[in-house]
Design a protein around this ligand. Structure first.
Ligand SMILES: [Zn+2]
Length: 973
């Protein structure tokens, strides 16, 4: 049984928030606004805790700003556009065992529900409801009145407007361009359509036409400059190859390559088909150098990659080097297994064509040897390849054996060689995926040259300038990512924006095209601000013409004539335009890091292409993802927890807290069920203390002691820390300050004053301190654990919802560095006693404290003063000390003491030394006397405090003379 009935508390406050419409936000001219959004979910499956980080952080952000007095709007909607819903429905209809397992057993969807989900819209509606329910149950402070889906007819009118605007600015183009393409779905493929949400990146490869007579063995490469170092060719002996007429030439290529070349618009006529083995041993000519060498077998050659024929450059390509060495060894052992003789290859040696500092003549050899790689299947080869590639690209120069390119930097030679050999007809080019990417349907994504495709032209230089300007002026969290955004703006080019299938809005001027999912989700933040007002009127979608949106979003035209033209009431038009103008620009857009290279940057472009500067987005917050006990979450690892289940098992607040406590900016959060339980226990212990504090009452601040001032001062430092951290949404740090560290100090404080509660004159002050700490702490924790905090707030008699209470500010008058210094002294004394009892094993009968005499203080303060002037050394201190006549009488003790003090003072941080100097001599006897009852209680024995040379001082062990300022001597009897 738990001490807190989480479910009851969650339901109670969710009901009260809903009844009060607490998070339904309308424009309020009296208050500053803060408008933030987070990616609307794609409802083709339920939410799991992997989604929890981004959404919870957004909610924490919203709640924090709300407590700072902002009128905060956080809306939510549903992204139905595209093909993923179709794909999921197809798999369900086929009763794909993987999907059945996931739906029935992981997401607990009742079996009788399944037929209902066999339609894309029904499936979306079902999961949208499910996700919404989860968001409500975890306590997200969303204004649900603004909900919509991207297939609503009114939304389509809005997207039509977006495309008309972009087209009129010249940002929509049509042409033939390479796009990522799924051959089975027959559709262009974007990041949302791929397994693992991988962005399909397309690269232009150089294809060098190696020859045997009239036969071309075309080898694809990203390093055409290494053509001078080719020692042989590679083919996969077990893969299927074809002889085909490609644009009139006879090419030997993999069967896959023939398919791809067709998609790329080449004329391809297959002549025959065979195993790669057929050509092993034949002699091939390098078209650039005229060198001749053999075709050899290699298993690392992937027939799916470019042409399936590879040129071998062992000096600069680790794969080639390892495969060649391996082949030589194996051919020697087993000479009859091959279609060539071992002697044909034994003299093939790397030909180095690039020199580079820090590497020997054969860079690939250095790297392969260092990494201990001897097998072409070794996964370490990928990294080795990247290392050589990057080192040579950035620091390499062409050697003298490369003719006209000799001494040219590799970066330059790469382009020059490519251009020249293509021009001479020795090579051609071919688009190819940079890395393999799979469509969600399971097929490999390939490149297709798409005729008459529609694009949003993110390559437009003038548009790029606007995007750079916007990115420079916005708040980006974490700030380190600003450059990454600039880089993306630089390399973005045309983005295919429409396709022939899927859900979504038809392209207004060519309605057989459907606008795709990454293009209809870039300015919808504006739509949230107006859809509520539009729904209140309930117009026919046709009424919402370009004029309508122009007025609403751009203030173009006057409401009277727009009303006349559209039949939409004028006063409502004005109201909606005002609402948009109130909430815009967007203050923060939250999203995952994987969306920097597309969605987030598209959002910047499209806003900048449609609205004037003052309405451009002002902030972006980028999140890492969530790991489960250190591993990526995946169905195959069976470590996905649906959000709803996690709320049931741990409670909404403990779950929120555990998602946030591990969320360091730019790092993956590591969730584990144990941690969630641990958070729940922590919160329950916190709640227990809270209940007691509330029972004891508010107290009054009339009789504060140093220890009380210490606690209040510590509290101020945690407020400052939490605030500082939240500015950059460093939530882990905030939680540490507001919860862990503050709780630790409260533990200490309550221990320190436990015995004083019985004294009425102290009890009131202690209650006051406890209450004030609680009042502050519960506010600081509200963004993270809102339900528990509302419950506490109500028990405290707080006004309204704590969700709208004021975020704590540092109270400078409660900052008391002096009380912090004093308490540190007590803490040090306690630690000293503990060390002594641990070492000696004594259980103390009596503890004696001896405080330093006045003359020691004089020298100590002198030392601090000298330190401040940067003149502190033993000699100077002794000289200064003896200027005081009193010291003459202690001429034996002073030098030794001065030496110790110099050591002590040098170790002090400057700020602390300065503070001690300012505070001057302390009455340490009084300070310790204040803590006597505490120390007695802790150790169960009598405690005596006196100055070292007081006549009544008991000093049986002759320890008193060791006393120093801030470090009383201790004797444990
Ligand atoms: Zn597909």
């Amino acid at each position: 049984m738990h001490m807190v009935d989480w479910k009851a508390i969650e339901e109670k406050w969710q009901r009260r928030w809903a009844e009060a419409g607490a998070f339904e936000t309308d424009p309020d001219p009296e208050k500053p606004k803060f408008y933030l959004t987070v990616a609307y979910p794609y409802p083709n499956s339920p939410q799991h805790i992997g989604h929890g980080r981004t959404y919870t952080l957004t909610d924490v952000h919203a709640r924090w700003k709300r407590m700072q007095g902002y009128n905060v709007l956080l809306p939510m909607a549903w992204h139905y556009t595209g093909t993923p819903l179709f794909a999921m429905v197809e798999r369900l209809k086929e009763r794909d065992p993987d999907i059945l397992e996931t739906f029935l057993n992981l997401y607990n969807i009742p079996e009788e529900k399944l037929p209902e989900l066999e339609d894309p819209i029904s499936m979306a509606v079902y999961f949208a409801e499910e996700i919404k329910h989860g968001m409500q149950r975890i306590g997200y402070s969303v204004d649900w009145r603004r909900e919509f889906t991207t297939v609503d007819p009114i939304y389509s009118k809005f997207i039509e407007w977006q495309f008309e605007k972009l087209r009129k600015r010249g940002f929509i183009t049509q042409g033939s361009h390479p796009v990522g393409w799924c051959p089975s779905c027959g559709n262009p493929v974007g990041q949302h359509d791929t397994v693992g949400d991988k962005e399909p990146e397309i690269e232009e490869f150089t294809v060098i036409k190696f020859r045997k007579g009239d036969m071309v063995f075309p080898a694809g490469t990203l390093r055409p400059e290494t053509v001078f170092g080719v020692t042989n060719m590679w083919i996969n002996p077990d893969a299927t190859y074809v002889e085909a007429k490609v644009d009139g030439e006879t090419w030997i290529i993999s069967a896959e390559a023939a398919d791809k070349l067709e998609l790329l618009g080449r004329s391809v006529e297959r002549v025959s088909e065979f195993q790669g083995n057929k050509f092993i041993g034949v002699t091939i000519t390098n078209p650039v150098t005229g060198d001749e060498f053999p075709m050899l077998p290699a298993s690392f050659v992937d027939p799916k990659a470019v042409t399936g024929v590879v040129m071998s450059v062992p000096a600069h390509a680790p794969f080639d080097l390892v495969a060649l060495d391996q082949l030589k060894r194996e051919a020697k052992k087993n000479p009859d297994a091959y279609r060539f003789k071992p002697s044909d290859i034994k003299d093939l040696e790397p030909i180095s064509v690039i020199e580079i500092d820090g590497y020997g003549p054969v860079p690939a050899k250095d790297v392969v040897d260092r990494r201990g790689i001897t097998d072409q299947e070794d996964p370490k080869l990928e990294k080795a390849t990247k290392e050589v590639y990057s080192a040579e690209f950035h620091g390499g120069r062409m050697r003298n054996n490369t003719g006209q390119y000799a001494s040219m930097p590799v970066q330059q030679a790469k382009e020059a060689v490519k251009e020249d050999i293509v021009a001479k007809g020795y090579a051609t080019t071919m688009y190819e995926m940079l890395e393999p990417v799979q469509c969600r349907c399971g097929s490999e994504v390939v490149v297709k040259i798409f005729e008459n495709q529609w694009f949003i032209n993110y390559g437009d230089p003038a548009w790029k300038r606007l995007a750079h300007e916007n990115i420079d002026s916005m708040t980006i969290i974490p700030i380190e990512l600003r450059q990454e955004f600039h880089n993306v703006v630089d390399w973005l080019r045309e983005k295919a924006c429409a396709r022939k299938a899927g859900l979504g809005t038809p392209l207004p001027w060519e309605p057989d095209w459907i606008i795709e999912a990454l293009s209809d989700s870039v300015i919808y933040m504006a739509y949230y601000t107006v859809i509520k007002g539009i729904n209140e009127v309930g117009p026919e979608p046709e009424q919402l013409t370009e004029e309508f949106w122009d007025y609403v979003f751009l203030g173009k035209g006057d409401p009277g004539s727009v009303a006349e033209a559209t039949g939409f009431p004028a006063e409502k038009l004005e109201e909606i335009h005002k609402e948009f103008s109130y909430f815009y620009p967007l203050d923060a857009r939250h999203s995952g890091r994987d969306l920097i290279s597309n969605h987030l940057t598209y959002m910047v472009f499209c806003h900048d292409g449609i609205w004037p500067r003052e309405l451009w987005p002002k902030g972006i917050v980028v999140n890492g993802s969530v790991l489960m006990e250190g591993s990526k979450m995946s169905k195959s690892l069976n470590n996905i927890i649906p959000l709803i289940n996690a709320i049931d098992s741990f409670g909404a607040d403990p779950l929120r807290l555990s998602l946030m406590i591990t969320a360091e900016p730019l790092k993956d959060a590591d969730f584990s069920p144990d941690m969630a339980k641990n958070m729940r226990d922590n919160l329950e212990r916190f709640y227990q203390r809270v209940v007691k504090i509330i029972e004891q009452g508010r107290g009054s601040p009339d009789n504060l002691h140093d220890i009380d001032r210490w606690m209040l001062s510590r509290l101020q430092s945690y407020i400052a820390e939490a605030d500082e951290a939240l500015k950059e949404l460093k939530v882990r740090k905030t939680i540490h300050a507001a919860m862990y560290n503050l709780n630790q100090d409260m533990d200490w404080y309550q221990k320190r004053v436990a015995r004083e509660l019985e004294r009425p004159e102290r009890a009131d002050a202690i209650r006051y301190v406890q209450w004030r700490v609680l009042d502050t702490q519960v506010r600081m924790m509200t963004p993270f654990t809102p339900h528990l905090c509302e419950e506490i707030w109500e028990k405290m008699g707080g006004e309204g919802f704590i969700a709208f209470a004021e975020w704590p500010k540092v109270d400078e008058s409660s900052v008391s560095q002096m009380s912090e210094v004093l308490e540190r002294m007590i803490q040090t004394c306690m630690e000293d006693i503990q060390k002594i009892t641990r070492v000696t094993g004594i259980s103390p009968a009596k503890i004696h404290f001896y405080t330093a005499d006045g003359w020691k203080w004089k020298i100590y303060l002198k030392a601090l003063e000298l330190a401040k002037r940067e003149q502190l050394d033993v000699g100077t201190l002794i000289k200064e000390a003896f200027k005081d006549a009193e010291m003459k009488a202690r001429s034996k003790a002073v030098p030794g003491y001065a030496r110790q003090i110099v050591d002590d003072v040098i170790k002090l941080p400057d700020s602390e030394a300065e503070l001690r100097l300012k505070m001057g001599q302390l009455n340490e006897v009084n300070i310790l006397m204040d803590a006597v009852s505490f120390i007695e209680g802790e150790h169960g024995c009598e405690v005596a405090v006196s100055a070292e040379s007081d006549p009544w001082t008991e000093d049986p062990a002759k320890r008193a003379h060791r006393a120093k300022p801030y470090r009383p001597a201790i004797y444990v009897q």
